[in-house]
Ligand binder design. Structure first.
Ligand code: GLP
Length: 242
């Protein structure tokens, strides 16, 4: 695990965007793993800036998102597919249908999860996966207790994650969905390069466990200690307990 402590989110954005820019320069048809949340935003903003200046193109790339709430209507602004479109996908030049996410409104959820895993495999797997981390050490929506060998499946959100995410639902915890679909820890581990971004003191404990704690399902991000190519981009506050 390569840990890089950078001055602030803007610098994280530049270093994170370099990884995407280099990959797409070498392999324009690369398969990207995208994450929602505030952590990757500086990377996305920097990529959009570079794209506008002609420095990077996503026209031949494909992408898979990590997770999705169950039960939100298709046009709900907080549906993760709508969030990632707004934050990133619609601001660059992905081809139509080049970006896929787990279908949180599928009637047959287990079949949708299996189909999603198959689509990732068919694309040849993810070349570069960007990740945030939850305050309880979750990655994607793999909450504490998630199987370290898990694949895309339905999960119940913890109370803490629903509290953390209530800010996107008018500060109303009860408006936050109770379930989600999420890539599993084994799905994420299959990406060839994982880049995790964390900022702020609220993430310091989770970052400490991820990098220095024992590998345990109770701190799901610790599984990344077993990955051969992980880059962790932190600001000084998120690195405060290392
Ligand atoms: C959510 C997402 C995760 C994300 C986490 C942290 O729970 N499912 O993918 O990493 O929030 O979000 P943020 O980056 O906004 O702190």
């Amino acid at each position: 695990m390569e840990i890089v402590i950078l001055e602030d989110a803007a610098e994280i954005g530049r270093v994170g965007a370099d990884a995407f820019t280099d990959l797409l320069g070498r392999r324009p048809q690369a398969v990207l793993g995208l994450a929602t949340g505030s952590s990757p935003l500086s990377v996305y903003d920097e990529l959009v800036r570079r794209h506008e200046q002609g420095g990077v193109s996503f026209a031949q790339a494909r992408a898979f998102t990590l997770d999705e709430y169950v039960g939100l209507p298709k046009d709900h602004p907080e549906r993760y597919r709508n969030v990632i479109d707004r934050d990133f996908v619609d601001r660059v030049d992905f081809a139509p249908d080049a970006v896929r996410g787990p279908d949180g409104s599928a009637e047959d959820i287990p079949a949708a999860c299996e189909e999603y895993e198959a689509a990732i495999a068919e694309a040849g797997g993810v070349d570069l996966q960007i990740l945030g981390i939850g305050t309880d050490g979750h990655i994607a929506f793999n909450e504490p207790g998630s199987s370290l060998a898990s694949r895309t499946r339905i999960k119940t959100l913890t109370r803490q994650t629903r509290i953390d995410n209530a800010r996107f639902f008018g500060d109303d915890v009860d408006a936050v969905p109770t379930h989600c679909l999420t890539q599993g820890l084994a799905t994420i581990m299959a990406a060839r390069h994982v880049m995790l971004v964390a900022t702020g003191s609220g993430k310091a404990e989770a970052v400490h466990h991820m990098a220095e704690g024992a590998v345990s399902a109770m701190w799901p991000a610790t599984i990344l200690q077993h990955h051969p190519h992980v880059t962790v981009l932190l600001d000084p506050a998120a690195a405060g307990r290392l």
